[in-house]
Design a protein around this ligand. Sequence first.
Ligand code: GUN
Length: 279
Amino acid sequence: MILDGKGLSERRLALLKEEIGEKGITPTLATVLVGDDPASALYVRMKHRACEQVGIQSVNVQLPSETTTQEVLDRLKMLNADPDIDGILVQLPLPAQIDTHQVINAIVPEKDVDGYHPVNMGRLVGGLPGPRSCTPKGVMTILKEYGIQITGAHAVVIGRSVDVGRPMALLLMLADATVTICHSKTKNLPSITRQADILISAAGRADMVTADMVKPGATVIDVGTNHVNGKLRGDVDFEAVKAIAGAITPVPGGVGPMTIASLMENTMEAAIRRCNPAQ
Ligand code: GUN
């Protein structure tokens, strides 16, 4: 079975558009893009396009490559204080001279639609409600929508990044999976991945998950976005692995569109909280 993230994201966005119409609110997302990295600029444009599609207002704050940490913090202060802005997303990675931790910490947690702020990470660890990182949230939506059994499953996550691997493992654990996290220092990776009922690769290396690493019938989720010879490639050798897996996400058209759908949902949830501060 091919897990069609593109189709699912279109359905989620259509539902969100309906909900926005029914509730009669206009959520607003502010993105902050520093520098002129073409991939980052493309991602930000895609996010604005999705906003337009569902009826979320969006503004982009474009800052030059040589912007300092303090200048980003000053802009965030204004966005934090602006009652018309529900969600703030600073596109990562930031240029090397900027302190990413300081920047993430400077977004008020209520407007942190990426779920990266330590308060929101803490809520995730504590199993409390709060915005969840968009990519792991999108993966959970795929698993749930396709009826993949998570309770009691052995889920193996390759990658321990703060934005994907770690929150992914926590969300799976909160959903009652037995979770193993693998990373670049893991010994004998294939012997571990072969035990996975659900294998999630967020390693960032094209074609590193080969057929011999996958248990027959497993669900394989490919979070990789690797640019190889001008083409987007996942972490998984899709053609070989799809013959063995029970279910698999393609790249493109798998997790990527779900990340954007999750961002739209997080922005809507932030807007609802603004309208009903008690929630
Ligand atoms: N860069 C790549 N993916 C993301 C994301 O989901 N959020 C942010 N802020 N930056 C990113």
